[in-house]
Design a protein around this ligand. Structure first.
Ligand SMILES: *[C@@H]1O[C@H](CO)[C@@H](O)[C@H](O)[C@H]1NC(C)=O
Ligand SMILES: *[C@@H]1O[C@H](CO)[C@@H](O)[C@H](O)[C@H]1NC(C)=O
Ligand SMILES: *[C@@H]1O[C@H](CO)[C@@H](O)[C@H](O)[C@H]1NC(C)=O
Length: 366
């Protein structure tokens, strides 16, 4: 009677030692099945960036298919997502000049695979957003790292997903001249960041929409013109906007903004500050009220700060988002997603709950 439990605990110690030696870790979920990586493909991707905290508990889990975990590792999130059939993927980042070196590149990939395995993750989202010149060593290394990462993940974690974040257009936005065609071919999907579209303002230095509809859709046409398959494209929409201090606010309601150059352009959205939808909805209450710009198909409002200075806020709301989502449906793109999932007001305030429900629903169009 006494021997039996002792043998069991000896076995347990032996197994734990073996687990540590072999590099695997103990499943933190309620059942070991929840640690198994997701293999099932779903028709339509809803790709959510999560930046940490626990608001993921309030996501619409009937919709979410992939969570890119950009916050600290959260085992509870991984277990929960798996219980809903959703993938959780690592954030992949590196200093581009380092991975030109093949050995460094392989070392980076090996490290990501082992991290993904030990955390029971379902893939990786590569987010580098660095400047690259066409034809440079970095240009080729970037394509190689995507190819090699995808091959390694698919081999080591069957069913895993490798995605790559690209700017709203493939035309060297912010000097990101990547080999988009090859990158799209080698990874599972491109997350198109259809926001920060005023990062390089060439004309008048004025406040404009974060993601004007026409400009946004032009970006997709440019990806499709490269013969990148529509099923490789996930549309990324912003759940945040920009608050611009106006140098002057004209009678016509045009907000002139301070000159802040960015990557070769004289003005940029860097003159404003990014604000969450939650903040925007609160500020809207003490403002000019919501206005709508027909040309850009986006809402905006003006307000005065405590020192009396005029501000103009441009953002996306269910009306502007659903027009973009309609395009996703019309073109049969792979899916939609947002930066980021955490920035709605998930409190139990009834107004906030209404807003939150509508923001999620807008992802499916109208
Ligand atoms: C390899 O990466 C390390 C940092 O991880 C860096 O210090 C080193 O310079 C890189 N080597 C090359 C040849 O790029
Ligand atoms: C606002 O500023 C812009 C740019 O500095 C200038 O061209 C314009 O005349 C100004 N408008 C007013 C009403 O002051
Ligand atoms: C939710 O908000 C929309 C406008 O954004 C409004 O039309 C609707 O009546 C609201 N619903 C509730 C239950 O408050």
């Amino acid at each position: 009677f006494l021997l039996f439990p002792k043998m069991l605990s000896a076995w347990w110690i032996l197994l734990s030692v073996l687990a540590v030696v072999s590099g695997s870790s103990v499943c933190p979920c309620e059942t070991p099945q929840l640690c198994q990586q997701i293999q099932k493909e779903r028709e339509f991707e809803v790709f959510v960036f999560d930046v940490g905290g626990k608001t993921w508990k309030s996501y619409n889990w009937n919709m979410v298919t992939t969570v890119a975990a950009f916050g600290d590792y959260d085992a509870e999130l991984m277990c929960f997502a798996h219980s809903k059939g959703a993938r959780v993927v690592l954030k992949g980042d590196f200093h581009l000049p380092y991975i030109v070196d093949r050995a460094n590149r392989t070392a980076w990939i090996t490290k990501q695979i082992s991290l993904a395995k030990s955390q029971f993750m379902d893939g990786i989202n590569i987010d580098i957003e660095q400047e690259v010149d066409k034809g440079s060593p970095e240009y080729f290394a970037l394509t190689s790292v995507v190819k090699e990462t995808t091959e390694a993940f698919h081999r080591e974690i069957p069913g895993s997903q490798v995605s790559f974040d690209v700017a709203w257009s493939p035309k060297c936005i912010d000097k990101r001249c990547y080999d988009y065609i090859s990158i799209a071919e080698y990874c599972d999907l491109l997350f198109v960041m259809s926001y920060d579209e005023q990062s390089q303002i060439i004309g008048d230095c004025i406040a404009m929409a974060n993601a004007p509809l026409k400009q946004t859709l032009k970006g997709y046409e440019e990806y499709l013109d490269l013969k990148i398959h529509y099923k490789k494209l996930v549309m990324g929409v912003p759940w945040y906007g920009y608050d611009y201090p106006c140098v002057n606010l004209s009678q016509e309601g045009i907000c002139y903004i301070p000159q802040v150059p960015f990557r070769g352009a004289p003005c940029s959205d860097a003159a404003g500050s990014q604000k969450n939808y939650e903040w925007i909805m609160k500020q809207l209450k003490s403002s000019s009220g919501r206005m709508w710009d027909d040309e850009q198909q986006a809402p905006y409002f003006n307000y005065k700060d405590q020192s009396g200075k005029a501000h103009q806020v441009w953002y996306d709301d269910p009306q502007s988002l659903c027009a973009k989502a309609n395009y996703v449906m019309l073109k049969g793109l792979r899916g939609i997603g947002m930066w980021n999932g955490n920035i709605l007001d998930y409190s139990d305030d009834p107004d906030a709950q209404n807003q939150t429900t509508q923001m999620w629903n807008a992802l499916l169009g109208c």
